[in-house]
Design a protein around this ligand. Structure first.
Ligand SMILES: *Cc1c(COP(=O)(O)O)cnc(C)c1O
Length: 384
């Protein structure tokens, strides 16, 4: 445990288990098969858990040869990685708006390009910077949001190669699966076949051996190994399940203090809309966390619970911006200042991020990236 001020644990916080993160990364590496490298996705501040600590942990935990690059979504995220001191490759996966090519070049990032116009702009940025710049081409095999068409590689392949010839390095080709976490893996296999066909259609001289191919998010890396020489895990690293037999180690724990404990009279109403009324004499606890911290507001009506003194207690009434009320009837020993767990383990009980997400009708990704800056992130690691 790193030494961190207890003041950070006075209200509400997120604990990030960096050892569990490292174990999840090694698990992906093992499942992906021999010789497969990783592009860990650290976009959106490493899914809300803190990019710099995640990058340091993975750079330490993974064999150097297995860490091909870090993946981000924006040029600003890539520049932040550089500012943190990461010297290796950084891939920017989302399409880059017109004004961001020059800053991307200045930060030495590798862009993922989806059309000839993007390649043209990247070539112009390289001319201006006076040095070659790298890019990967995204190939759209069904995701639809970006990428060159998979069935027209004969056309765009030659055009991209011509545009790139002078001062760009065409370093990789990739696609993105839309349904790798669904029970039916048919669509994923079909997308992989489309990618293979597309690559086979590229003009032969445009297929240098050094160009890498990658396709797989966490779900595909674990469920359908053998598609590409690199994989791009995100959510599994951070403890989100992906419908694979292998489960991730829990990484994020969300906790809050019990700031008030009160006995209320029958008929007492609670919260905005007074949607809850005490049936009898009840013991209510007010937790110092709300939707302003990223606790989903619809968790309450969705049967959301917290763990206090190892017991599951129900969230009652509407979650407010700053506070959430639980019924402590089942946890009579819970005292003022006790720690409640909204995501994570307390004693033998555990609430997973996937449980919270499915109650709220969303995915673990949205829960984690929604945890707000108001929550301190406390890193836990035996060797940090
Ligand atoms: C975010 C992202 C990933 C990671 O997906 P997970 O489902 O979180 O593993 C992989 N590839 C691309 C292009 C992404 O944008």
């Amino acid at each position: 445990m790193t030494s961190q001020s207890t003041a950070l644990r006075s209200r509400a916080w997120v604990e990030v288990d960096l050892d569990a993160l490292a174990r999840n990364a090694l698990q992906i590496l093992l499942s992906a098969g021999p010789g497969v490298g990783l592009i860990p996705m650290v976009k959106a501040d490493a899914y809300g858990l803190g990019m710099t600590a995640v990058v340091d942990t993975l750079a330490r935990a993974l064999p150097e040869a297995a860490l091909y690059a870090f993946g981000v979504a924006t040029v600003a995220e890539g520049a932040a990685l550089r500012a943190h001191g990461w010297k290796g490759a950084v891939l920017v996966f989302s399409p880059v708006p017109p004004g961001e090519f020059e800053p991307a070049a200045a930060a030495g990032l590798t862009l993922c390009l989806s059309d000839a116009e993007g390649v043209r702009r990247w070539a112009a940025a390289a001319r201006q910077a006076g040095r070659p710049l790298a890019f990967h081409t995204e190939i759209d095999t069904g995701m639809g949001r970006s990428g060159f068409r998979w069935d027209q590689a004969g056309v765009w392949g030659a055009a991209v190669a011509a545009l790139a010839r002078e001062n760009l390095e065409w370093a990789g080709c990739f696609t993105h699966f839309h349904s790798a976490d669904e029970p039916d893996l048919g669509p994923t296999r079909a997308q992989w076949q489309r990618l293979e066909q597309s690559l086979a259609t590229l003009p032969p001289q445009e297929r240098p051996a050094h160009r890498v191919v990658h396709t797989s998010n966490s779900a595909a890396a674990l469920r359908v190994p053998g598609m590409g020489e690199l994989v791009r895990p995100g959510i599994f690293l951070y403890g989100g399940g992906v419908g694979a037999a292998v489960r991730p180690a829990a990484v994020a724990t969300l906790r809050a203090r019990l700031a008030l404990v009160r006995q209320v009279e029958p008929g007492t109403t609670l919260g905005y809309g007074a949607t809850y009324t005490a049936r009898g004499t009840e013991r209510w606890g007010t937790l110092a966390i709300g939707y302003g911290d990223g606790l989903p507001r619809n968790l309450g009506p969705a049967g959301g619970e917290a763990l206090i003194v190892g017991e599951r207690v129900p969230i009652i009434g509407r979650i407010s911006m700053d506070v959430t009320v639980v019924d402590l009837t089942r946890a009579p020993t819970a005292h003022l200042g006790a720690v409640a767990t909204l995501i994570g383990a307390d004693g033998a009980e555990r609430i997973t991020v996937d449980e919270v997400a499915s109650r709220c009708g969303t995915i673990s990704y949205e829960i984690l990236t929604g945890l707000s800056p108001r929550l301190p992130r406390l890193r836990r690691s035996v060797d940090a």
